[in-house]
Design a protein around this ligand. Structure first.
Ligand code: MEV
Length: 312
């Protein structure tokens, strides 16, 4: 899996999804899953191959129904001034799709890196992140910029958006010891665009009510940055549990996510919450190292896919 190629990282959001879209702080960390891309020049046409996702597209031909994938890759080629070049793009995703783990941003970053390398286009890390941000806009409308930032830089951050992504607050976070994380997959695909849209509709009807929830989540994310710095996982866990309650207040959880959260807590998790857009997708739990296996096996017994990772 680690042959040559260019990589975009997957991510988890520890605290602050959704409120981050409204200018509040959020904490995100990379996961060891990534998406790799390879680009080779070929005459005339541009083809996109993602065998794992059953995607085989000729980009230089107009599509009947234009997908956001097609639109994103076309945008990348245009911005890198490569619209008139033929190429074969192979993408190898190791991040489950539509699970709130940042696969769309990771894919954009991997393809940007691979295309730039193949055609020797000079591009800075910031520019890669900004271009992936524009791809994220195609995929989900009003992204905060946290996914593309994480997919590019691949390290734990405290993030707050500004009107222009270039001015976003991005602070590196470090933790004295790795924090064990169990990721549980609900098995239900989710589109971030939908949950971000439903939160927006609720906020538009009653801005004051929702702004106050976003501000409470903001306070949790800031406290979480301190807890992370100290390696205080009990405190971090409590903040995550409260955040999950507030995400429930935003109505972005699901039956499967609630079951996974319950299983995690019953098996000794210090904190458990949905991660990413919600409405299905994934959840995360943090725990003492010796609890991660029992939590993951209880989730598996209930029929869910899981994996164990850590924040470092
Ligand atoms: C998605 O990973 C996180 C959301 O807050 C959307 C965004 O920040 O763009 C739900």
């Amino acid at each position: 899996a680690d042959a040559a190629g260019d990589i975009g990282y997957g991510k988890i959001i520890l605290l602050g999804e959704h409120s981050v879209v409204y200018g509040r702080h959020a904490i995100a960390a990379p996961i060891p899953l990534h998406i790799r891309a390879e680009v080779k020049p070929q005459p005339e046409h541009t083809d996109l191959m993602i065998p794992r996702w059953g995607v085989e597209m000729r980009l230089s031909e107009p599509e009947r129904s234009v997908s956001s994938l097609h639109a994103s890759i076309t945008l990348i080629a245009e911005r890198l001034d490569l619209a008139d070049r033929g190429m074969r793009i192979d993408v190898f995703p190791h991040i489950p799709r539509a699970n709130g783990l940042g696969a769309s941003a990771a894919l954009a970053v991997a393809v940007i890196r691979a295309m730039a390398r193949c055609f020797e286009v000079d591009i800075s890390e910031r520019e890669i992140s900004n271009l992936a941000f524009d791809c994220e806009k195609i995929a989900h409308g009003t992204p905060s910029g946290i996914d593309n930032t994480l997919a590019t830089f691949g390290r734990p951050i405290l993030f707050r958006k500004e009107n222009a992504l270039a001015r976003a607050e991005i602070r590196d976070l470090s933790t004295p010891a790795p924090i064990p994380v169990v990721i549980g997959l609900s098995g239900v695909a989710t589109l971030t665009m939908q949950t971000v849209g439903s939160v927006r509709a609720a906020w538009e009807k009653n801005p004051a009510r929702y702004e106050s929830i976003f501000s409470q989540i903001d306070a949790l994310a800031l406290a979480g940055a301190d807890a992370l710095k100290k390696g205080d996982i009990a405190e971090l866990g409590e903040l995550m549990n409260i955040d999950h309650g507030l995400l429930n207040a935003l109505q972005v959880s699901s039956r499967e996510i609630e079951e996974l959260v319950e299983i995690a807590r019953q098996n000794g998790a210090l904190g458990a919450k949905l991660t990413g857009g919600g409405g299905g997708g994934a959840m995360i739990a943090i725990a003492e190292p010796e609890r991660t296996q029992p939590i993951a096996s209880a989730m598996r017994s209930a029929g869910y896919n899981t994996f164990i990772t850590e924040i470092r």
